[in-house]
Structures are given as structure tokens and as C-alpha cells.
Design a protein around this ligand. Structure first.
Ligand SMILES: CC(C)(COP(=O)(O)OP(=O)(O)OC[C@H]1O[C@@H](n2cnc3c(N)ncnc32)[C@H](O)[C@@H]1OP(=O)(O)O)[C@@H](O)C(=O)NCCC(=O)NCCS
Length: 185
């Protein structure tokens, strides 16, 4: 056991919530703490229901029978002028709604792996339906994290959410197909 309480021998497993979820994991969501009140509440009260009812698809990171991270994605269409100056009226995308890693497990590569899972998901969808990229509204504390992973700020597009100004970010599908198609085929 290291000083973060993470057993070094045990691997973190990443997979679809619907395939991994059991009663112990469900109970562990009550204790999930990423340091953000809204993302904690979402884990406790909405994550399982929203996935079960098809509003989002969730991927979770599991360690020692606890959920230690999650990401949710859904089909979305942005009005084109939020991203591009010209072209068709809408910009179909895979929207990442929530991404959170429990505080005890942050900075161990879990957030990055969850986002990569969403990127792979977009690549698979792009082979069956039109999709131009992955989009998300980033909290200011996370914009650098997303930029490091190739996402781009749409500087003209911000949205006030309470006291926080969220930043629209995206990565286009061609880049993801290049990076991920072999791995997801
Ligand atoms: C943001 C968050 C999801 C990142 O997950 P994580 O598991 O801690 O990140 P990772 O370990 O995968 O980090 C990958 C890289 O990004 C860096 N990084 C992590 N968090 C970062 C941040 N907030 N800003 C800049 N870089 C960051 C890491 O140092 C690492 O870099 P390296 O590969 O060069 O070492 C996580 O810190 C979190 O849940 N924060 C609170 C909730 C939140 O803000 N969610 C996003 C809302 S839009």
C-alpha cells in the first residue's frame, strides 16, 4: 500500500458502467470525492440512472471494488457558428458531459485514460454515423489538462455556469481516427 492508500499491485480497470456495475460499486459512489461538489453529487445521485435510461453512456475506473473515476458521453449537435465560420448549420459531435477522478487517485493517469476511452468511442461512432469531433465545456481548472491531450479552446465560445465561466473545447475526428482507429478496430 502506498501513501495515497492505493495498492500498487491492484490494477485500475476501465470499462463501461453497465458491464462493470455491481452493488458494491454502486455503494462506493456515495463516497466518491473528486473535490467538485457538483461532480460528486452527479456520481451519487444521477450517474447510474442516466446511464441506465440511455441519456448518457458512462465509463468508470474501478480500483479495489470502488469507483475511482468516471466519464459520461452523449450524442450532440452544436450550432455550427459556435465552432466554424462556415459550412453546414450544425456540428455533430460526441459531447463529454462529466469527467471526474477521486482525489486520492488524481495525477495517476486515470483522467487521461477515461478521456482516451471517450475518444475511441467517437472514432467507432464515426464509422457508422456522421460526427465531426469530440466537444466539452471545460471548467477553468481543467482547460490545461484538456489542451495537453490535444483539445482546442474555441475562444469565442464560453458559457456562464453559476460563478464559473466554462470554455467550449473540441478535437476534430480526423485527428482521432488517425490516433485511435487501429486500436479500436
Ligand atoms: C481534471 C481531472 C479529471 C484530471 O484527471 P487525473 O486523473 O488527475 O489526470 P491524469 O493523471 O490523467 O493527468 C494527465 C496529465 O495531465 C496533467 N494534469 C492533471 N490535471 C491537470 C490539470 N487540472 N491541469 C493541467 N494538467 C493537469 C497531469 O499532470 C498529467 O500530465 P503528465 O502526463 O505530463 O504527468 C481530475 O483532476 C479531476 O477529477 N478534477 C476535479 C474535477 C474536474 O475538474 N473535472 C473536469 C471538469 S471539466
Amino acid at each position: 500500500m502506498n501513501n495515497n492508500g492505493v495498492e500498487d499491485d491492484d490494477q485500475v480497470i476501465i470499462g463501461k458502467l453497465e458491464e462493470l456495475l455491481n452493488s458494491e460499486l454502486k455503494a462506493s459512489l456515495k463516497k466518491f470525492d473528486c473535490g467538485d461538489v457538483l461532480l460528486n453529487q452527479f456520481a451519487k445521485k444521477q450517474l447510474v440512472n442516466k446511464d441506465e435510461n440511455g441519456w448518457v453512456r458512462a465509463f468508470i475506473a474501478v480500483h479495489n471494488n470502488q469507483v475511482v473515476g468516471y466519464i459520461t458521453v452523449r450524442a450532440h449537435s452544436l450550432l455550427r457558428d459556435r465552432i466554424l465560420a462556415s459550412g453546414p448549420r450544425e456540428f455533430p459531435s460526441l459531447m463529454v458531459d462529466q469527467l471526474a477522478v477521486d482525489k486520492r487517485y488524481q495525477s495517476k493517469g486515470i483522467g487521461q485514460t477515461l478521456l482516451a476511452r471517450a475518444f475511441q468511442c467517437a472514432v467507432i461512432i464515426s464509422k457508422e454515423a456522421g460526427i465531426k469531433g469530440v466537444t466539452l465545456w471545460a471548467h477553468p481548472r481543467a482547460t490545461n489538462f484538456y489542451e495537453n491531450l490535444g483539445m482546442i479552446k474555441v475562444t469565442s465560445a464560453t458559457e456562464q455556469f453559476g460563478e464559473v465561466e466554462l470554455q467550449l473545447m473540441y478535437i476534430n475526428i480526423e485527428m482521432l481516427v488517425q490516433a485511435y482507429w487501429d486500436k479500436s478496430a
